[in-house]
Design a protein around this ligand. Sequence first.
Ligand code: FAD
Length: 244
Amino acid sequence: MAWTWYDSTIIKIEDESPTTKRFWVEVKDVEKIDFQAGQFVTMDLPIHEKRLKRWRSYSIANHPDGTNILEFCIVLLEGGAATEYLFNEATIGTPIRFKGPSGTFVLPSEIKDDLVLICTGTGIAPFRSMVWDLYHQNKEHKNIHLIMGTRYQEGILYQQELEELKTKLSNFSYSIALSREENIEGEDFYKGYVHQIYEAAYKEVRSDVHFYLCGWSNMIDDAVAKLIVELGYDKSQVHYELYG
Ligand SMILES: Cc1cc2nc3c(=O)[nH]c(=O)nc-3n(C[C@H](O)[C@H](O)[C@H](O)COP(=O)(O)OP(=O)(O)OC[C@H]3O[C@@H](n4cnc5c(N)ncnc54)[C@H](O)[C@@H]3O)c2cc1C
């Protein structure tokens, strides 16, 4: 398959947490960029001589809004070639070449079942795109439960929007697992890991629920094993996007 490569320019960068930034790029020579909520792009960053060693994928964090602007939510990995470049060298006006959008981590065109969206850290990016897409398209859906895990309160991403979504998007709820925070307040916050939340809430196996997981292998491997092997969900009910 021939890839479409796009040239874009960084137009805005904002801190979202002490280790996470939001990057906005404007794509050149097109009025709008088509994608499905949940998809990612693969950037060719100037971090290595060899082409394949320069490529890094990032989920599109905004919903498809008919413009040529894309948002990414990226966490700094100490010693990571791409993220150190993006955090320390990239600035407003820096060109970003990317291919895509690609990927099949998207919601079905007709949503007939409850959705449980489980993520750690920047794994929230495709889910943010999906839930705002449901809202803006006024798309029919059942219950949507977003479960996000991070270490401390300060690591929660898009927190204000999650509150906003509770009032704007019907049947939307969220739970946040904080693994290292000592003082936990608020009905949506739990001490521990994402696993404890879905294990308690979806203990009784149902055929009308689908789990979407996004993040790094430490969380995804455990969640897939817990949902399928321990709880007994069918593997067709578990979908995931692995960041690495
Ligand atoms: C489809 C897809 C979508 C992605 N979307 C996002 C996104 O929206 N936001 C985002 O921040 N990242 C995302 N990633 C991860 C991203 O592509 C890079 O792997 C990440 O930014 C690290 O790149 P680096 O060059 O800085 O580190 P590298 O030098 O490439 O990383 C070295 C090693 O660290 C591991 N690693 C990287 N980050 C973490 C982490 N946080 N926790 C544990 N291990 C880690 C990698 O798997 C790798 O083994 C996505 C990955 C994929 C495959």
